[in-house]
Design a protein around this ligand. Sequence first.
Ligand code: RAM
Length: 341
Amino acid sequence: MRKRAVLLLTALLLALCMPLSGCAEQSARQLENAYVLITKSSNNPYFTYAASGFRDGVTESGGKAVVLEPDKATAEEQISLIRSCIRANAKAIAIAANDTTALETVLQEAMDRGIQVSTLDSNTTPDSHAVFVNQVSSQMLAQCLMDAVYELSGGEGAWAILSTTNQAGNQNSWIKDMQAIMPREPYRNLQLVDIAFGEDNAELSKTRVETILEEHPDLKVLCVPTVVGMRAAAEVLAESGSDVKLTGLGMPSEMADYMAGADPLCPVMYLWDPGAMGKLSAYVSMALTDGTITGAPGEVLVTPEGTRYEILESAMGGSEIIVGEPQKFTPENIGQWKEVF
Ligand code: RAM
């Protein structure tokens, strides 16, 4: 009887392994010669739109696009996905990094194997990518967010930031540039009392907001430079009936209800078109692969639509293409944008 049980268990385990190795084989075939986008995480509408733009850009040009989304916004998961691309001999990797430095070794390994590496949305160290597709200028966005905090606070008082992961290149650059503005007039009477990290996880972000409200009862404004945190913060502030005002970076489709009414919870926020960023990232991956660009400052990328983008020196080192400028959303214009993205 025992022997029969062992044989059955063995057969079961073998049966289970076959499909898995089949999956592994399938994903290697899928990734071979593909243009790959690696997002920060899954379940994030911002990256859903960016991925849609990326896929369109690649497939319209006859290429094969694959989008990989980590379950959690961690460097470890992204490293694992990059290694899959290396093993499968992908053509190019475009990545929105969860960590500025932790991906350097594996991205350099990818480049050494002839894979074209670029970053978008959230950058890495200069030697670990050919060029950064930067949605907006960090300094310009920091100025927009500081002006929003100033406007909503009446020019003085306590405010706080809820960010994503504490190693994210984009949010950390925006926060650094905001901190450079704070000592100047007229922002000097604003006090930044907290910076919390919700790791682009909705439930953790909500918990972080609840803690900020408990620890800072005199808070006037919460600034949230991540769409995941923005929606989470809006839900907590709405449910609690708090009079704290919300600003930051949000998806119009998610934030429109919180911008409505005579005294909206979120009177002003910013973003950009994630789809346009994703599509340009696809063009950059293909141009690096066919040798049209190397990513060096001074080069010009002309898209299939005929738009010219100059490759610039990046303030973070390396080179970047600036996609556009921050878009301001208010109760007056949110209605037209909530249908777009
Ligand atoms: C989240 C991510 C992303 C950031 C946007 C604004 O989707 O953190 O990196 O650019 O928010």
